[in-house]
Design a protein around this ligand. Sequence first.
Ligand SMILES: Cc1ncc(COP(=O)(O)O)c(C=O)c1O
Length: 392
Amino acid sequence: MFMGKSTISIHGHEYYDEVYGVRITPIFLTSMFEQPDRRTGETRVVEGGRELKYSREENPTTRYLEKVIARLEEGEDAIAFNSGMGAITATLLSELQQGMKVIIPMESYSGTIALLNSISEKMNLKIEKIFPETEDILEAINGGADLLIIETITNPTLRVIDIREVAKACSDSNTKVIVDNTFATPILYSPLSEGASIVLESATKYLAGHNDVIGGVVSSNRQKISSIWEWRKLTGTIMQPFEAFLVQRGLKTLSIRFEAHSKSAMAVAEFLQEHPKIEDVYYPGLSSSPYKNKADKLFKKKLYGGVVSFKVKGGRSSALSVLRRLKMIVPSPSFGGPESLLTYPVISASKYIPPEDRDRLGISDNLLRLSVGLEDVEDIIEDLDKALRSGA
Ligand SMILES: Cc1ncc(COP(=O)(O)O)c(C=O)c1O
């Protein structure tokens, strides 16, 4: 049977209770499990064969979520973490070895770069921070590297990277590639099917989708997931059952939510483009965007995500004044939920990018990043318009 991503997110791995006929995965709120099973004398296992004895290692609710994620991301297996950073930590600990050369775009998530820098001191890594354009990344791969860590869409300037070409270059030169797919989600793009070794996401964003859960997921082949699982166990970073339930619940509407976020984001981007108080708009769906062709080549649907960045005329004071004058949109540094959030990158994630790199990237004092929520788009536009017009 054909199974599209919406169907997989709902029926991708279903619970079935023999006694009551329950079809919704329960929250197995327990820290311990009977070991050994008194009927058989054996230790129980979850699907995939890992032992079920203690919820820091395995929990059935979490495992059900993982099986859905694996299918959505087109991997053989997946594991879930208590944060996106937990997922990145265990993945790096599993993949890195002493003295490796790692390349990473300078506009990557600040936590990833900070973690890599800290590990690097202990493991004598050679880290090369490169400009986040496909051509620069291909050049760096040609120069030789052991590992590339990359994001499908960069944050906050929303450059689209041609992961297909990058993954091909990596496979030709034996470079492992880890893709952070948080901004695109499996609805837009599946890096594993294009040759990425590992794909990870902060589930805090679109996957859970309601601004109320912190979580992370990693998908890959079975062997890599087993190795990352060992690090999850050692670092104690498994996603707990209540959060796993919420993420699985959120996933069931991921496809329609992502479509609604994307359509409203396009309308907001078009509105901002014409606004007299706006200097520049960054959104890969705009026909004027230099990334439109790449997005159309890579993304399965004609959708471009729910985040729009823009520069207001007048510098830092104007940007701060817009944030203060919002009535409905919340000034806050996250994205991917029903509430529209406006982020000021220079005081949040981009704060840690050195000023000279920020200049090259275009992350200036008047740049704002909007996570377009699920409110009526007319209300989002009106709130922005009023905040922009009454600003300094
Ligand atoms: C692209 C990206 N990856 C990873 C993370 C880290 O995820 P979490 O906040 O769930 O730890 C974030 C957080 O904002 C992010 O934006």
